[in-house]
Design a protein around this ligand. Structure first.
Ligand SMILES: [Ca+2]
Ligand SMILES: [Ca+2]
Length: 463
């Protein structure tokens, strides 16, 4: 279904997107449509807390009735100088129940060990907020994105009379003289998002009984952590379609809100790694839940209360004296909460504990030593203050450039990424259980699931 929330220039308003989401809700029982997943390759500046954001509210309504909603993180991961920026996840990517997708650069190779998070892919935490009666801002500070997927220089369907092509002829791949068969190249989290949405469709085809929270957990649990990027950049890791679909097939089909906490989740036990193009992809084994990373095999071996419709993954946790602990009514004892991320007065901090298995820390890698700090309401990058008005204009430009040009995929750049990941390659090379499942070609096929290219945009619908 293509609900055309954006116009031919890739621009729409919150109200047009809301109308589309309302249409999905109104048609929820239509067996002919059988809508199970919604792709939102769009977004605008996230200002109001998700609790008050009408897009987030409309999405929550869909998720609560069993529809998976996938949204792009945004293309505002750097400023016009190329400096890394945190805290500019778009709305509705700031909604806790949505699956928020960032972009990776595959460098045009099937191999995954050279992959890197795209420089422009928006980074968490979410900075949407409410202001209390005393004028104090309270930030959502959710860890986002939830995962990342290929989104850099993807070639996919081109709508006829395409405005982007008219303005940027170099994006035209000229693969056919038939305008309805043409293809174009685009970059950005809007391209990465339908790769995840296509995977969700495959998961629900394999097991239609999955709740949105089980789908979201499975996407993250099977994701492969990308070396040298933290959770605020890559979420739980890189999409692993093979693993996610295999896990979906292994999950029981008779689960419901009547299923007791701790009951078997699996009908059969899948291996917790994947083998793709000769590489072993170790599953992350956990999931992002609002303010932390939660992990443990019981996420997939036992039914968790927060898998029910109407729950959030973050219902697994409670905050106690500024520290997140597990909610024993929601989660089994074998599920653990990373102590690498704490909450203090609403601000994400890290106690320096390693929370990614490939040696990336939040505290030493990014928020401190990169010179990127997050203070109340204002993003400070390398000591440069960016005013809100300038920020809007600058990021509109940065986002458009990301869409058109993406990141460099040259061999030199790829070689640098390869070097960073050489240790992982060494670990993977001699694994005894190597096999082929998916490769880069399959990713291209999945990306064609999205609607016609002309309608996707990172344009801010609120301006
Ligand atoms: Ca690659
Ligand atoms: Ca053409």
């Amino acid at each position: 279904m293509n609900l055309r929330a954006l116009n031919a220039q890739g621009i729409g308003t919150v109200s047009t997107v809301l109308a589309a989401l309302d249409w999905v809700y109104a048609n929820r029982a239509n067996a002919t449509y059988n809508i199970r997943v919604v792709n939102l390759s769009l977004g605008g500046a996230a200002v109001d807390t998700y609790a008050n954001d009408p897009l987030c509210q409309a999405i929550r309504q869909l998720v609560n009735i069993g529809i998976v909603v996938v949204a792009s993180a945004g293309n505002r991961g750097k400023d016009s100088n190329g400096s890394k920026i945190y805290g500019l996840i778009n709305s509705p990517g700031n909604e806790p129940s949505v699956v928020t997708v960032g972009a990776i650069n595959t460098f045009g190779t099937d191999a995954r060990y050279d992959d890197a998070v795209a420089t422009y892919s928006s980074r968490g935490p979410t900075r949407s907020h409410r202001t209390d009666a005393g004028g104090v801002k309270h930030y959502d500070n959710l860890m986002k994105p939830d995962l990342v997927a290929p989104g850099n220089r993807l070639v996919s369907a081109q709508a006829p009379n395409n405005n982007l092509i008219a303005q940027n002829p170099a994006l035209d791949m000229n693969v056919s003289s038939d305008p309805t068969q043409e293809q174009m190249m685009l970059s950005g989290t809007s391209m990465a998002t339908p790769v995840v949405t296509g995977t969700v469709a495959l998961m629900l085809q394999a097991n239609p009984s999955l709740t949105p929270n089980i789908v979201k957990m499975s996407l993250m649990f099977t994701a492969q952590q990308v070396a040298n990027f933290n959770h605020l950049e890559q979420g739980a890791g890189r999409l692993n379609t093979e693993g996610a679909v295999r896990l979906a097939k292994a999950i029981r089909t008779d689960l419901s809100s009547a299923t007791p906490l701790g009951a078997n989740l699996l009908a059969s036990s899948p291996a917790t790694s994947s083998f793709v193009n000769g590489e072993i992809l170790r599953w992350s084994g956990g999931m992002i839940a609002d303010h932390t990373f939660i992990y443990g095999s019981e996420l997939v071996t036992k039914y968790q209360r927060f898998y029910d419709l109407g729950r959030l993954l973050a219902d697994a946790t409670l905050e106690s004296n500024g520290v997140l602990i597990s909610d024993q009514t929601m989660v089994t004892d074998g599920v653990l909460i990373s102590d690498g991320v704490l909450i203090s007065d609403g601000v994400l901090i890290s106690d320096g504990t390693q929370i990614l298995s490939y040696g990336v820390l939040i505290s030493d890698g990014v928020l401190i030593s990169d010179g990127v700090l997050i203070s109340d309401g204002v993003l400070i990058s390398d000591g440069v203050l960016i005013s809100d008005a300038n920020q809007a204009a600058m990021f509109a430009n940065v986002s458009y450039n990301a869409l058109r040009y993406g990141d460099d995929t040259s061999p030199t750049t790829a070689a640098a990424a390869l070097k960073r990941s050489a240790d992982r390659l060494a670990r993977n090379a001699n694994h005894p259980n190597r096999a082929r499942f998916f490769d880069g070609a399959n990713e291209s096929i999945l990306s064609s699931v999205k609607p016609s290219s002309v309608e996707r945009s990172e344009t801010n619908p609120k301006h």
